[in-house]
Design a protein. Structure first.
Length: 330
C-alpha cells in the first residue's frame, strides 16, 4: 500500500525559497526569521502605546512542531524581551499595555517575564498597565505584578495564587503489566519524583519545602505589586482559590474593571497622552490586526488552541520530569 506524500522540512524550505525567488511568495513566508516591525492599530498622534501579548501557558521552551521550526518562532521570554528592548529604545513609546490571557505556567518562565518588566521600567519611566482578558491566574497574575496598575475584563478570572508540582506515578500500572524499572543512583534521593516508584514521606517533605520556598517568593512579589495589601491579607487571599473580576477588585487584587479599550485609555491617561498611536510589534506580512487580533511574532499563532490542561498532558509537555508551576490547573 502506498504511503501519502508528506513533505519534509527540507522540502518545504526549498519550496518556500523557490516561490520567494519567483516572486510568488513574500519574504515573510518564514515570519520568525524577519525582524520585528511596528504596526499601528489606531490613533495618529506622535506618541505611542505599545500593546504586548502574553497568552497561553507560560514556558521558556521554544514552540514545537514543523511549523514552529519553519518560522523559527522564539520562546515566549525571548520574544517578550525583544519587544521590550525595542520599546525601551523608542522614545516615542510613552506607555505599555500587557494583554494577559494565561492560566500561568512554569515558575521560572513567570519569574523571567516579571523580571523583564521591572528591567524595562528601570530603563524607561513610563507606565505599564496590565489588562487581564479571560484568564490572569497564578503565573499570569505574578507577571501582572510588574505593572503599575491592573484592569480586568468584566468576565475575567484571576487568582489561583500559589504553587503546584506535577509528577506521575505509574508504578501500579507497571506492576500490573509485569514491567519493573531499576535505577542505579549515587544517593537514595537521586531519583526522587520518578514516575516508576511511589514517593516516600521524606521525599514528599523535600518537595514541599521547595514548593513553600516558591510560594513565599510569590507572596513577596504580590507585596511589592500590591503595597496597599498587608502580608496577612495577601496570605489569606493566596490559598489557591480563583476570583471573578468583581471579587478581585473588592479584595484589592486589581485596580479596575473594564474592556481592553478602557485599559488603553487608562494607559494614555496615566501617561498624560492625547490621541496616541496604539502599536504592536510583529513579524512578516499578513492582515493588519486590531486590539483583539492574534498577530504573527508572538503567541497565540493563527489556529492556536488552549492545550489540554491536565496532569498527564502538562507533564508530557514539560518532559515527564517533576515540574513546578505557578499555574491554575483545575
Amino acid at each position: 500500500m502506498s504511503r501519502p506524500f508528506l513533505p519534509g522540512l527540507a522540502t518545504l524550505t526549498a519550496v518556500g525559497c523557490v516561490l520567494t525567488a519567483a516572486g510568488c511568495m513574500p519574504p515573510s513566508f518564514f515570519p520568525g526569521a524577519a525582524p520585528l516591525e511596528e504596526v499601528v492599530l489606531s490613533g495618529e498622534g506622535p506618541d505611542k502605546v505599545l500593546l504586548v501579548d502574553l497568552s497561553g501557558v507560560l514556558t521558556s521552551a521554544k514552540p514545537g512542531g514543523v511549523l514552529a521550526r519553519l518560522t523559527r518562532r522564539p520562546s515566549l521570554p525571548t520574544r517578550f524581551r525583544e519587544e521590550l528592548t525595542r520599546a525601551a529604545e523608542d522614545e516615542d513609546v510613552k506607555a505599555v499595555v500587557l494583554r494577559i490571557n494565561t492560566p500561568g505556567g512554569t515558575v521560572t518562565a513567570s519569574d523571567i517575564l516579571y523580571h523583564e518588566i521591572l528591567e524595562f521600567k528601570k530603563k524607561r519611566q513610563v507606565p505599564v498597565i496590565a489588562g487581564i482578558m479571560d484568564l490572569g491566574t497564578s503565573g499570569g497574575y505574578y507577571v501582572a505584578m510588574g505593572a503599575d496598575r491592573i484592569m480586568a475584563h468584566p468576565s475575567s478570572v484571576t487568582g489561583s495564587l500559589g504553587v503546584m508540582m506535577l509528577t506521575l506515578n505509574a508504578a501500579g500500572l507497571m506492576e500490573k503489566i509485569g514491567i519493573r524499572a531499576d535505577a542505579v543512583t549515587s544517593g537514595p534521593h537521586k531519583d526522587m519524583g520518578s514516575p516508576f516508584r511511589a514517593m516516600t514521606p521524606q521525599e514528599r517533605d523535600m518537595f514541599q519545602s521547595v514548593i513553600d520556598s516558591f510560594y513565599e517568593r510569590f507572596l513577596r512579589v504580590i507585596e511589592q505589586g500590591r503595597p496597599a495589601l498587608t502580608p496577612d491579607a495577601i496570605r489569606e487571599l493566596a490559598d489557591g482559590r480563583i476570583y471573578s473580576a468583581e471579587q478581585a477588585k473588592d479584595h484589592g487584587l486589581i485596580d479596575a474593571i473594564g474592556y481592553l479599550d478602557d485599559t488603553i485609555a487608562l494607559a494614555e491617561q496615566t501617561a498624560n497622552l492625547e490621541n496616541a498611536r496604539v502599536i504592536v510589534y510583529r513579524r512578516g506580512g499578513g492582515s493588519h490586526p486590531n486590539l483583539y487580533a492574534q498577530w504573527a511574532g508572538g503567541p497565540p499563532a493563527a489556529g492556536w488552541q488552549w492545550p489540554a490542561l491536565d496532569a498527564a498532558s502538562m507533564t508530557k509537555i514539560f518532559g515527564g520530569a517533576p515540574a513546578f508551576f505557578y499555574l491554575w490547573l483545575p
